[in-house]
Design a protein around this ligand. Structure first.
Ligand code: GLN
Length: 246
């Protein structure tokens, strides 16, 4: 009898514990190695690990919600998720709808081309009379910049894809001339596909940060946690683990 009572008490404790454990939902698009991608059924990567370290410091359980990249900001604004970590670039336009924490990493927009491409530098995309078809991930800064600088300027066409992998597939099958995407995913895609290279010249350098709802208390809390994790070398160690020094 004592055993049964003990078991019931343990179960009640577990259930209450579960119910009480506060969760933070992180929205991301897990097709962006090495920041977020699937290893089997698990989402791993720099963002997943930094998020886990922040949540641990703040006493929350981390839940990662995978969605299309261009669904992340609307999901945050609608309160369906608590924050976004998605190699997300800080931009003034995004600041109108979300708040950003301090930056924890840098990204560079680069250009992937077939090895024998006639595009040899970023300037070729903006040259007078240029007429390339440029693949981008929908809703990303690469999309926004290329649409403005190339398509709206009458210097070519921008084709939007759901994610980088789809854009790279279109590139390897000759449907588009290049892909503009963040440098670290670019390196992963080029390593995984024969016959592609990244141009030496870079389009633009950007800061990645965590997005939270406007006015959220999480900004300060996450900034404090992030600062500790940057100062004690945790963030650098996570980045080094996923981006080995060249
Ligand atoms: N850094 C880019 C952006 O914020 C791309 C991010 C992504 O595709 N996950 O728009």
């Amino acid at each position: 009898m004592k055993k049964i009572i003990a078991l019931v008490l343990v179960c009640m404790f577990c259930l209450t514990g579960l119910a009480l454990a506060d969760e933070l939902h992180m929205g991301t698009n897990a097709t962006f190695p090495p920041y977020e991608y699937y290893d089997g059924d698990t989402i791993v990567g720099i963002d997943a690990e930094v998020a886990a370290a922040i949540c641990e410091k703040l006493g929350y359980d981390l839940v990662i919600d995978d969605m299309e990249f261009d669904a992340t900001i609307p999901a945050l604004v609608a309160g369906k998720i608590d924050f976004i970590m998605a190699g997300l670039t800080v931009t003034d336009e995004r600041k109108q709808s979300v708040d950003f924490t301090d930056s924890y990493a840098t990204g560079v927009q680069v250009i992937i081309v077939p090895e024998d491409s006639d595009i040899t530098s970023v300037d070729d995309l903006f040259a007078e009379g240029a007429n390339h078809t440029v693949g981008v991930q929908s809703g990303t800064t690469g999309d926004i910049y290329c649409t403005g600088d190339i398509q709206d300027a009458g210097l070519g066409t921008v084709q939007q894809f759901k994610n980088g992998a789809d854009a790279v597939l279109a590139l390897t099958s000759g449907k588009i001339d290049c892909v503009v995407i963040d440098n670290e995913p670019a390196k992963n895609f080029v390593a995984a596909n024969e016959g592609l290279k990244i141009l030496d010249t870079e389009y633009i350098t950007e800061d990645y940060a965590i997005a939270v709802q406007k006015g959220s208390e999480l900004t300060q809390k996450m900034n404090d946690a992030l600062k500790e994790l940057i100062d004690d070398g945790t963030v650098a160690a996570i980045i080094d683990k996923y981006i080995p020094a060249e």
